[in-house]
Design a protein around this ligand. Structure first.
Ligand SMILES: Cc1ncc(COP(=O)(O)O)c(C=O)c1O
Length: 437
């Protein structure tokens, strides 16, 4: 009989990969911050899978809520009211900032961003959307057109009307400046681009409050408030893509809360059910909600507000509340920040460390002076990143690695002992990188 790995090899197309290069390790269980394979080897989940299992694996309260809802009613069409959807929408309105009070449910991050830009276009009557180069917003055609990273060009042409701008990447500033004293050129350049593009044609600017898979760029404190001002100056809607930064990841309920900025539209997915059942959401402010009181909302999905997914969502949010996981993320985030700083001081291969809450990246370089990346941006791994990955897996730590970045983003429920165990393994693994300098 074929093994599970062999069956996958034969019949499953795996995302973002050249199929021939794939490896097939069968995972059969998990609990809290840990998961394990068929042979019983356990891994610390140091990146919350794809930065989404925010409260950890198999939380009994969420599993029970799914089981109970499955026994009652798995699905009902979006045109009916249902308790899980109503309650989850209320909880989202309660935890999102300002007057973000009304929710369109989707199935994930990409769909949320696609629907957010449709809503922005319908509401404003304008069609252009500004987005940033080093960004990821999802893989559907709208979302990948917003995306600036290398996942977009191979599938172009995308949707028309998207204009890209630079981001606040202070370690490699696109304008050759250093913060402070840079005049926040990364924000002022957005204003300049808006002027060239004709502000009256721009519906929205979409951004990740803290850039995620492109390297965890925590913006300078003035950046988001200034972007809010610029958008207001021209009547451009601000869309915060909180798919990765939402639900405690940055030590606050949402990324924007770190700077007290309220977007007009917020998108989310991942941490809302942390992947137990797929779910996403677009949350709009009162003004936008009011517009659709009298105008058609040209958006819809068979699974909008899926009953089972919303039941998982309600239980997940209750876990964040009851177990004070947002507070834990902020507290453990401080421990993580100190450990990252130690890595930077100790390892010459570490060019930069960036973190906010339990969201962090270690950026590896060949040379701290030239900042030449240890593995090229969007290039093949010269081998070293694979070696680091292999070493960490052998030691029982799973970590998400891309180009020359290590992403450390464990569940918000992580304990200090587990965090230190993972960081000790990262510390050891970085010796491999130091050796090749
Ligand atoms: C910021 C951001 N937006 C959108 C997405 C897309 O979400 P999904 O894969 O659920 O479509 C991701 C996925 O990683 C993301 O990080």
């Amino acid at each position: 009989m074929a093994s599970i790995g062999e069956l996958e090899r034969r019949h499953v197309l795996r995302s973002w990969s050249i199929q021939r290069d794939n490896t097939y390790e069968e995972i059969v269980g998990g609990e809290g911050c840990w998961f394990w394979n068929r042979e019983g080897k356990k891994y610390l989940d140091f990146s919350s899978q794809l930065i989404n299992t925010n409260i950890g694996h198999q939380h009994p309260k969420v599993v029970k809520a799914i089981q109970e809802q499955a026994a009652k009613l798995c699905y009902i069409a979006p045109s009916y009211a249902s308790e899980p959807r109503a309650k989850l929408a209320q909880k989202i309105a309660q935890h999102t900032p300002g007057d973000l009070n009304k929710v369109l449910f989707t199935l994930g991050g990409a769909e949320s961003n696609d629907n957010a830009i449709k809503i922005a276009r319908l509401y404003s009557g304008r069609f252009k959307i500004l987005a940033r180069y080093r960004s990821y917003h999802g893989a559907t055609y709208g979302a990948i057109s917003l995306t600036g990273d290398p996942r977009r060009p191979p599938v172009e042409p995308g949707i028309p009307g998207v204009v890209h701008v630079f981001e606040p990447y202070c370690y490699r500033c696109s304008f050759g400046k250093s913060y402070p004293g840079c005049g926040l050129e990364c924000a002022e350049h957005v204003r300049e681009v808006m002027l060239y593009e004709d502000p009256k044609s721009i519906a929205a600017f979409i951004l990740e409050p803290v850039t995620g898979t492109n390297g965890v760029f925590v913006p300078p404190p003035e950046y988001l408030p200034r972007i809010r001002e610029i958008c207001d100056e021209f009547g451009v809607l601000l869309i915060a893509d909180e798919v990765m930064t939402g639900w405690g990841r940055t030590g606050k309920w949402f990324g924007v809360d770190n700077w007290d900025v309220v977007p007009d539209i917020m998108t989310m997915a991942k941490g809302i059910t942390q992947g137990y059942v797929p779910l996403g959401a677009v949350v709009v402010n009162d003004k936008i909600a009011q517009h659709f009181e009298d105008n058609m909302l040209w958006c819809g999905l068979t699974y909008s507000g899926h009953t089972l997914a919303c039941a998982a969502g309600v239980a997940t949010v209750e876990v964040y509340e009851e177990e004070k996981l947002i507070e834990n993320s902020a507290r453990m985030g401080e421990v993580l920040k100190n450990r990252l700083q130690e890595l930077k001081e100790k390892h010459p291969s570490v060019g930069d460390v960036r973190s906010i809450g339990l969201f962090s990246a270690v950026e590896l370089v060949k040379d701290r002076e030239t900042k030449e990346p240890l593995a090229p941006w969007n290039g093949p791994d010269p081998g070293i990143m694979g070696e680091i990955n292999k070493f960490m897996r052998e030691k029982g730590v799973y970590i998400y690695i891309r180009w020359n970045y290590l992403f450390i983003a464990p569940p918000t429920s992580i304990k200090e002992k587990e965090l230190n165990f993972g960081m000790d393994v990262v510390d050891e693994a970085l010796k491999l990188a130091d050796q090749i300098l």
